[in-house]
Ligand binder design. Structure first.
Ligand code: ATP
Ligand code: PAU
Length: 309
C-alpha cells in the first residue's frame, strides 16, 4: 500500500479506543443487533461495536461541521438557509461487502442521528439495461465505467443536493440480472444519503464531474482479490440455492442444472469481467477515499486507513 502516504493507519484495537463508552451514549440495543443480524446473520457483532460505533461518532462530528459550514455559506451568500444532504459514498470491488456495510451504517445512523432521515441507494440502478448494453456492444462489460448512465447519476445527485423534493433512483435486480423497468427508489430530501457502488470514486468515462464531487465522506472497502473471489463464489452458491425455486430468476437454468458447470460459469465471469474491472477501474480509485476499510478472512475488518488531509 505504497500509495497510502496520506493516511493514518489503525489496527482495530487502536481504532476502537477512539470511542469512549463513558463519554458517548450510542448503546447498541438488543433490537438493533437483531435487526442487523436479520439482514446478514454472519456479520461480526464485534466489528459493529469496535469499528462502526467509532465510525458513526466520527461521521456525526464531520456532519456537524458540514451543517455549520452550509449555514455560514448560505448567510454569506444571502441565501436561504436549508438542510443540505450529507452524502456518504461506499466503493470497492464487486462482492467485497459494500451493500452489507451500507446497510449496517444506514441502521446505525438512523438510530443515532435522532430525528434525521437516512436513505440508502445503490449505483447499480444507474447501469444501462441489458438491452441497451447489448445495443452498445458492452454486455460483457457490465460494471465498467461505460456501462453506467453517469449523466443520469450525476443529475440525480445534483438534485438531491439541491433539495429537489422527490428524486428518483432506478432499481437494478440481481435476481433478474437487469434494470427493473419503471421501478424507482424515491429520495425525498434526506439528511444523509448513503450511495453504494463500485463506481462512487470513479471519473465518469463521458462526463467531467466526479461522483465524489457530491460526496462528503467516502469509504473504500478493500480486501485481497483471492478472498473477494471466494466471497463472490460463496454468494453465487447462495443465489443458486434460492434461484431454483423461481423460473423467472436469471440463474434458474444454472440452478436446476449441473452445479459444477454453474460454478465454472461464475468463475469465468469473475475472471473475465469483475476481476479485470477491479484491477483497471476500481482499485486505482482507492487512494481517493476518505477512509479505507481493510477486510480479512470471514469479512473481519483488521485495519482502517483515515485520510490525513
Ligand atoms: N461483514 C460481513 N460479514 C459476513 N458476510 C458478509 C459481510 N459483508 C458481506 N458479506 C457477504 O459477502 C457477500 C458479498 O457482500 P455484498 O453483497 O454486501 O457485496 P457488494 O460489495 O455489495 O456486492 P455487489 O457489488 O455485487 O453488489 C455476500 O454474500 C454477503 O452476505
Ligand atoms: C451489478 C454489478 C456491476 C455491481 O454490483 C455486479 O454485481 C455485476 O453484475 N457484474 C457483472 C458480472 C457479474 O455477473 O458478476
Amino acid at each position: 500500500m505504497d500509495d497510502l502516504i496520506n493516511y493514518y493507519s489503525f489496527t482495530k484495537s487502536e481504532w476502537k479506543h477512539f470511542y469512549d463508552e463513558n463519554e458517548r451514549n450510542l448503546p447498541l440495543t438488543p433490537s438493533e443487533l437483531k435487526h442487523i443480524k436479520a439482514f446478514n446473520d454472519q456479520i461480526s457483532i464485534e466489528d459493529v461495536a469496535d469499528i462502526y460505533k467509532p465510525l458513526v461518532h466520527m461521521i456525526r462530528l464531520q456532519k456537524n461541521n458540514f451543517d455549520k459550514w452550509q449555514t455560514t455559506k448560505a448567510r454569506f451568500l444571502h441565501k436561504r438557509v436549508r438542510t443540505v444532504p450529507f452524502i456518504i459514498g461506499i466503493s470497492g470491488s464487486v462482492a467485497v461487502g459494500k451493500s452489507t456495510t451500507a446497510r449496517v451504517l444506514e441502521e446505525l445512523l438512523s438510530n443515532y442521528f435522532t430525528g434525521e432521515h437516512v436513505k440508502l441507494i445503490t449505483t447499480d440502478g444507474f447501469l444501462y439495461s441489458n438491452a441497451e448494453l447489448r445495443k452498445r456492444g458492452i454486455y460483457d462489460k457490465k460494471g465498467f465505467p461505460e456501462s453506467y448512465d453517469m449523466r443520469q447519476l450525476i443529475t440525480f445527485l445534483n438534485e438531491v443536493k439541491a433539495g429537489v423534493p422527490v428524486t428518483k433512483s432506478p432499481v437494478y435486480s440481481h435476481q433478474s440480472y437487469d434494470i427493473i423497468p419503471n421501478r424507482f427508489e424515491l429520495v425525498d430530501r434526506p439528511d444523509v444519503l448513503i450511495v453504494e457502488g463500485i463506481n462512487t470514486l470513479q471519473l465518469p468515462s463521458n462526463e467531467q464531474i466526479y461522483i465524489s464531487d457530491f460526496t462528503d465522506f467516502s469509504i473504500y472497502m478493500d480486501a485481497d482479490e483471492k478472498l473477494i473471489e471466494k466471497w463472490y463464489l460463496d454468494r453465487f452458491g447462495r443465489l443458486m440455492d434460492t434461484a431454483f425455486q423461481d423460473p423467472d430468476n436469471y440463474y434458474y437454468d444454472y440452478a436446476i442444472g449441473d452445479r459444477q458447470e454453474a460454478f465454472k460459469m461464475a468463475r469465468r465471469v469473475w475472471d473475465t469481467i469483475d476481476l479485470p474491472n477491479l484491477k483497471a477501474n476500481i482499485l486505482p480509485t482507492r487512494s481517493r477515499a476518505d477512509m479505507i476499510m481493510h477486510k480479512t478472512e470471514h469479512h473481519i475488518i483488521d485495519r482502517l486507513y483515515l485520510r490525513k488531509y
